[in-house]
Write a protein that binds this ligand. Structure first.
Ligand code: PGA
Length: 243
């Protein structure tokens, strides 16, 4: 893992966006893996700026998102589909048919899980995957557990995650209890990974990811086995690392 520590989240966002921009310049047909949450927002803002400056072009880029809540509509203001359009896709020239976010209201979720992984494979795999990390060490919605789950699957969200996400909903009862998420295998098959973590609340999870044992209790620790991970941290998220 290459670890870069920046002064604040704006700098970490800018730096991670530059790495993604370089990939898009190098390969205009690249397949990006996208993440939601507050962490990648500065990255997406910087990507929009680079697009507005004419430095990058999303005309042939394809994307796959990591995860989505189950049971809320795509137009719900907290759906990840909506998040991606509000914060990135509506501000760049990506073609709507080139973006994929798991379907939150499918009649057959299990089939959808299989077809999501198949679609990633058919696109040639993910060239570069953006990841955040949960306070509990989750990546996408792969929650701490006894094993790593390989493929895209349906998860019951942990209390910790429901608690962390309730800030976006009017009450904790409105937070969906299930999600569809790429599995650890789907993520590890990405050719390259950009992990972004900012803020002191992430410091323990970041330490476990980088300095800890590889353990499904900290799903992000599996990234130690990936050959091409670049970690972008701010001072807060890096506070507990042994340097
Ligand atoms: P956050 O979520 O960016 O909103 O902190 C990250 C995550 O849970 O993966």
């Amino acid at each position: 893992m290459k670890v870069h520590i920046y002064r604040d989240k704006a700098q970490a966002g800018q730096a991670s966006a530059l790495l993604l921009a370089a990939k898009i310049i190098e390969n205009p047909d690249c397949v990006l893996g996208m993440a939601t949450g507050s962490t990648p927002l500065p990255t997406y803002e910087s990507l929009v700026e680079l697009y507005n400056q004419g430095i990058i072009d999303f005309g042939r880029v394809r994307t796959f998102n990591l995860d989505e809540y189950v049971g809320i509509s795509r137009s719900h203001e907290q759906s990840y589909f909506r998040f991606m359009f509000d914060n990135l896709f509506s501000k760049i020239n990506i073609k709507p048919e080139n973006v994929a976010v798991p379907n939150p209201v499918s009649a057959n979720l299990q089939d959808d899980c299989l077809s999501y992984d198949a679609a990633i494979k058919a696109a040639g795999g993910i060239d570069i995957q953006v990841l955040g990390i949960g306070n509990n060490g989750h990546i996408a919605f792969n929650e701490p557990g006894r094993t790593f789950t390989f493929a895209t699957h349906i998860v019951e969200l942990t209390e910790n995650t429901i608690e962390a996400n309730k800030r976006f909903f009017s009450s904790i009862d409105d937070v969906p209890k299930r999600a569809i998420t790429m599995g650890i295998g789907s993520i590890m098959q990405a050719k390259e990974i950009v992990m972004i973590a900012t803020g002191e609340a992430k410091a323990e999870a970041v330490k476990a990811m980088i300095d800890g044992q590889i353990d499904p209790q900290c799903p992000a620790s599996i990234l130690q086995l990936h050959p091409a991970v670049t970690v972008f941290l701010d001072e807060g998220a890096a506070a507990l690392l042994s340097r």
